[in-house]
Design a protein around this ligand. Structure first.
Ligand SMILES: [Zn+2]
Length: 353
């Protein structure tokens, strides 16, 4: 039994669960989503794709999310530190960084941000979705991926000695064969470490089977659904029965797109509004499931930083928190969303494999 069990593993080391205050369960301090770039069909000469990010590209990218390349990555440390300071000033305590391999995970930079701001950060392990998988992925067996995730948690990432504190976000779409291999490895690593697992799922209205297939896949290799979060569930509020069927299996549903209010060229993927998110969560609380809901902003475009006209990491605490009260939730229930649920999920449990 390691000393991780019963504790939370941040990039600066182990902490007691009681030290964790208001927590954002799905963010990206630094990221590189450039493999996701798709030139818009109206961008005949590629001038929009290659333009530096400005208020004009921010606005247009709310419709064509991946059309401008510069919107898709953040590496400026000074800006990130300032953004995280705003979160701390709003009473924020911890950030769960879901940047995995394929999104340019940078342990040293993450650690420097935590040191500079005093905000606890847990780092993720595992792989993001198919389009972002590095070339080396294809040569890896499921066992090797599992070992790599376990090593990231137990020893540290890439020789830095900086340890991952959770697994994910693990990227899945349709899903592809490569994504299923990555997911099975992640769930097996969860069983071996007792870590929390976060899965990026792509909700397709009308296809409820995919989400349950992902859950089946996790269970089949010994993963623990009660310690697993499905990300980006904001849009499933239109299908409450589906949400309940997942909650009954023990899964946690994550509303991690607070602040996203964009329409999108893919109409079925258009974001809902914060008001809808708040009412959905109040409804889940009323149904007795507030212990299985987490919240975040999933900052993953340049335009989402305050410095670039976005809401940043402090939006939930500065503005949305009062909305939960307005929707009829008790202070205790709101505390569960921001504090109790993150503590429960991030605290390592004894391994089962
Ligand atoms: Zn994310």
């Amino acid at each position: 039994m390691t000393d991780r069990v019963g504790r939370i593993q941040t990039v600066l080391g182990l902490i007691e669960p009681a030290e964790l205050g208001p927590t954002l369960m799905h963010e990206h301090l630094f990221f590189d989503l450039r493999p996701m770039h798709r030139r818009a069909e109206w961008d005949i000469d590629g001038s929009f794709a290659n333009a530096p990010a400005t208020p004009a590209t921010h606005a247009r990218s709310r419709w064509d999310w991946f059309a401008n390349i510069d919107e898709l990555f953040v590496d400026d440390e000074a800006t990130v530190i300032e953004e995280v300071r705003r979160f701390a000033a709003a009473g924020g305590s911890a950030i769960v960084d879901c940047t995995t391999v394929g999104l340019a995970r940078d342990p040293q930079a993450i650690r420097r941000v935590s040191e500079a701001t005093g905000v606890h950060v847990t780092m993720g392990a595992g792989y993001y979705q198919d389009r972002c998988l590095p070339a080396a992925f294809d040569a890896l067996t499921e066992d090797q991926i599992t070992d790599e995730i376990v090593r990231d948690i137990e020893i540290g990432v890439d020789g830095t000695g900086i340890r991952a504190g959770h697994i994910g976000e693990i990227g899945t779409t349709v899903p592809t064969e490569r994504e299923l291999r990555s997911l099975r490895a992640a769930a097996r690593a969860q069983a071996r470490t007792g870590a929390h697992l976060n899965v990026h799922q792509s909700y397709v209205p009308g296809n409820r089977a995919i989400q349950h297939m992902l859950a089946d896949t996790i269970e089949a290799v010994g993963g623990d659904l009660t310690r697993t979060v499905f990300s980006h569930m904001d849009r499933t509020g239109q299908d409450p029965e589906q949400q309940l069927s997942l909650l009954r299996r023990g899964l946690t549903i994550e509303y991690d797109e607070f602040g996203y209010e964009s329409t999108n060229r893919a109409w079925d993927r258009s974001s809902v509004q914060d008001g809808v998110r708040v009412r959905d969560i109040a409804r889940l609380a009323e149904a007795g499931y507030v212990g299985q809901v987490t919240v975040a902003h999933d900052v993953s475009f340049k335009r989402m930083q305050i410095a670039n006209g976005g809401w940043g990491f402090s939006h939930l605490l500065e503005r949305v928190r009062d909305g939960f009260r307005w929707a009829g939730m008790t202070d205790r229930e709101i505390e569960m969303l921001f504090v109790d649920n993150p503590r429960r999920l991030l605290t390592f449990v004894p391994p089962t494999a």
